[in-house]
Design a protein around this ligand. Structure first.
Ligand SMILES: Cc1ncc(COP(=O)(O)O)c(C=O)c1O
Length: 386
């Protein structure tokens, strides 16, 4: 049975070119990029090339790129790094974030709260978007860090990052954004965007798992969490994953140069799945969670509720029929806890308990969307007739 993989927001298949870049870098003879001998210099030159590629894509200085072990580490390092440095430098001790962040941000915020930081969690509207007025009210002179994700991983809703970043800057707070899901679908111009820290992860765009970037704007108050060697200009100690980083740079280059095509393809599959589901099940049996307006959401995520059928039952049945989807973020899905994102959006119990996230990417097509809608119609009829 061939699998229909509609779970690209959880992880993407590695691109062939990224695998080749990995193998190529890993096959070069031993070289720690911090070593002075020829092998070390060769590894360093590969690392420098990858850094330059990512800096060009983000329109920032290569020195502002810090390689990490993935999106979670970037988020943690951003929050702890900026909060601790700000408290030391300015005495500011408040963190402002939103109710729909990934747990990598939320749990780091709660850890900071346990350390004595004050925490303000901004609510969102029914589409999952933060109201600017709430941000405006919350970002006062005591705020050390503002952390608002660029695009949500469960429902795809985009946030007003430029506006919130401008507020943070005006009020002397460090602005962090988790762009793990948006990277590869949105263009970033960090010379313009008022963001000081930005988290990226390679495995969401066809790169390897366990590799990420934290962009750290020059001059941003930042205390490193990982201490040891002076790698990454002492902002993240530890020998860099040279081959993984080369693969990330290759995947990023390819994703970036085909953003419009990627967006169009994802929108097509999304639209087809939604149209067929509505046609087969009827409008009342399908509820879209998140922003509808394409300008306010990512193109590759579709979150829908099938009231009356628990998401666990639906996912198991989809899996048996060869469709891989998810109930929300991967970590939540593992334990199938109710989604904090859907609850923050004010969904009633029967809607959040029946919500499924379909997420699209390379290799998907509208025929798969058509087939999936048919499978869901069959599953729904079977379960409802029981
Ligand atoms: C928005 C967001 N932030 C952070 C992460 C964590 O990234 P990683 O899996 O690379 O640790 C994810 C992954 O699901 C995500 O979707």
């Amino acid at each position: 049975m061939s699998i229909i993989y509609f779970d690209h927001a959880a992880t993407t298949p590695m691109r062939r070119e990224a695998i080749e870049a990995y193998v190529d870098a890993a096959s070069k003879g031993p070289g720690n990029p911090s070593s002075l001998h020829a092998g070390g210099r060769s590894a360093r030159s590969g690392l420098t090339a990858s850094r330059d590629t990512l800096a060009r894509i983000l329109n920032c200085d290569p020195g502002e790129i810090v390689f990490t072990g993935g999106g979670t580490e970037s988020d943690n390092a951003a929050l702890y790094g900026a909060a601790h440095a700000q408290r030391l430098k300015t005495g500011r001790d408040r963190i402002v974030t939103t109710a729909i962040e990934h747990h990598a941000v939320l749990h780091a915020c709660h850890k900071l709260e346990a350390e004595g930081f004050k925490l303000t969690v901004l609510p969102v509207d029914e589409t999952g978007r933060v109201r600017l007025s709430a941000a405006e009210e919350a970002i006062g002179d005591d705020v050390a860090v503002v952390s608002v994700m660029y695009g949500n991983n469960e429902v795809g809703t985009l946030q007003p990052i430029a506006e919130i970043g401008a507020l943070a800057r005006e009020r002397g707070a460090v602005m962090h954004s988790d762009a793990v899901q948006a990277f590869g679908y949105e263009r970033f111009d960090l010379r313009q965007l008022p963001v000081d820290l930005l988290s990226l992860s390679a495995h969401k765009i066809g790169g390897p798992q366990g590799v990420g970037v934290l962009y750290v704007r020059k001059g941003t108050p930042y205390e490193p969490t990982a201490r040891g060697g002076s790698q990454e200009k002492s902002r993240r100690a530890g020998t860099e994953n040279v081959a993984g980083i080369a693969a990330f740079a290759k995947a990023a280059e390819l994703a970036h140069s085909s953003i419009e095509e990627r967006r169009r393809e994802a929108e097509e599959v999304r639209a087809k799945l939604l149209a067929d589901l509505t046609e087969q099940l009827g409008e009342d049996a399908v509820r879209i969670n998140g922003a509808i307006d394409p300008k306010r959401r990512l193109p590759h995520i579709l979150n829908v509720s099938f009231p009356g059928i628990s998401n666990e039952t639906m996912l198991m049945n989809l899996d048996l029929s060869g469709v891989a989807a998810s109930a929300g973020s991967a970590c939540t899905a593992g334990s199938l806890q109710p989604s904090h994102v859907l609850i923050a959006m004010g969904l009633e119990t029967h809607f959040y308990q029946s919500a499924i996230r379909f997420s699209f990417g390379m290799g998907n097509n509208t025929a798969e969307a058509e087939k999936t809608a048919k499978i869901i119609a069959t599953i729904t009829k079977r379960l409802r007739n029981r």
